[in-house]
Design a protein around this ligand. Structure first.
Ligand code: DP6
Length: 326
């Protein structure tokens, strides 16, 4: 029996991934740049056990829904094939944040699962191998393997061997914060996988979205290297709004925002005019995240909490990469 426990933090993309070049291998069509967070994290134990007749999964102390259990099982099939074993596993996973809240639980989830499952199966595929594996679970998961500021390169090779992640800067490099603004609505209507496929197949602007993305990656990397906060914030907003614009141009349209999302965007823009500088980014859900300097984070959080419908504002800092705990 092999058992291992690993931890990984959620990450938020400043330059977004929205579209796949290969659905089977789950290869992204474009590059992305993210910040790994510090306290929104997943801890997962994987135990391979001869006594099990199928993979079992416990999520936050409850048996996982069948869809989640079988997605995890399909992922473990990849580990079993690589390790040459047929044993099923018990997966016990805990999120430090609400699971279906649209707060990137699949990224931290599959990063922690990839690491724990490989160790439990007695494998050490290295970080590149882990990134290849984690990506099969979720396209944003490889970014959660590394800490701080991270780039995911889409690569060109059909087998995905050049789709890799690299750390652009470590967590202590730059004193930035991401405010995670949690508003009422929690369930995603259309998940990322389905949403990006619908966009690819039906949006007349999909090609332009991909074409403009690589300039955004370059601009973000450049801004990080120069510690140019305003440029990084501006490119993050550009990438976010273009992603939502292309999603809205799908048929049927994908609208991930609610009224509180829009009010929070307006609030951030109004505060910026007054000199409190924050930049928004939004994923496939209603929650707004705000990139800001550490010195402005408390004031911004206090102001944004005033927006009716905002439940909570969590102040996150650049956090660590995934690690084996046991
Ligand atoms: C909007 O990684 O959840 O958060 O690869 O299909 O699992 P799959 O998608 P996922 O998509 C993340 C989309 C995003 C933008 C981003 O994180 O880059």
């Amino acid at each position: 029996m092999g058992s291992s426990m690993a931890r990984a933090c959620a990450n938020i993309a400043l330059v977004k991934y929205w579209g796949k070049r290969d659905r089977n291998l789950n290869l992204p069509a474009g590059g992305s740049v993210s910040i790994t967070l510090s306290s929104l994290q997943t801890t997962t134990r994987v135990t391979f056990d001869d006594g099990l007749r199928r993979d079992e999964m416990v999520l936050d102390g409850e048996p996982a829904a069948e869809g989640v259990r079988s997605r995890t099982g399909r992922f473990l099939d990849l580990v079993r094939t690589a390790a040459g074993t047929h044993r099923f596993a018990l997966v016990e996973s805990h999120n430090s944040f609400p699971t279906a809240s649209g707060l990137a639980s699949s990224a931290s989830g599959f990063a922690a699962l990839a690491l724990a499952a490989c160790r439990a199966a007695g494998m050490d595929p290295g970080w590149d191998g882990l990134a290849q594996l984690a990506r099969r679970g979720s396209g944003s998961a490889p970014r959660s393997l590394l800490g701080g500021f991270v780039e995911l390169m889409p690569g060109e090779s059909p087998d995905g061997s050049d789709c890799l992640v690299r750390q652009v800067a470590d967590p202590d490099y730059w004193d930035l914060r991401l405010l995670v603004v949690i508003n009422g609505q929690s369930e995603k209507e259309v998940g990322s996988t389905e949403g990006m496929e619908l966009t690819r197949l039906t949006s007349p602007f999909y090609g332009e979205w991909l074409r403009s993305g690589s300039a955004d990656v370059d601009a973000a990397l450049n801004a990080i290297v120069r510690r140019d906060f305003r440029s990084l914030g501006q490119v993050a907003e550009t990438s976010c709004f273009r992603m939502h614009a292309v999603a809205l141009s799908a048929s049927p349209p994908l609208l991930y925002w609610n009224a509180v999302t829009v009010d929070a965007i307006h609030k951030v823009r109004a505060l910026r005019k007054k000199g409190l500088e924050g930049y928004v980014t939004i994923d496939a859900g209603p929650h707004v995240k705000v990139l800001c300097r550490a010195s402005d984070s408390e004031d911004l959080a206090r102001e944004i909490r005033e927006v009716p419908g905002v439940e909570r504002v969590v102040i996150e800092r650049p956090g660590p990469g995934a690690e084996v705990i046991e």
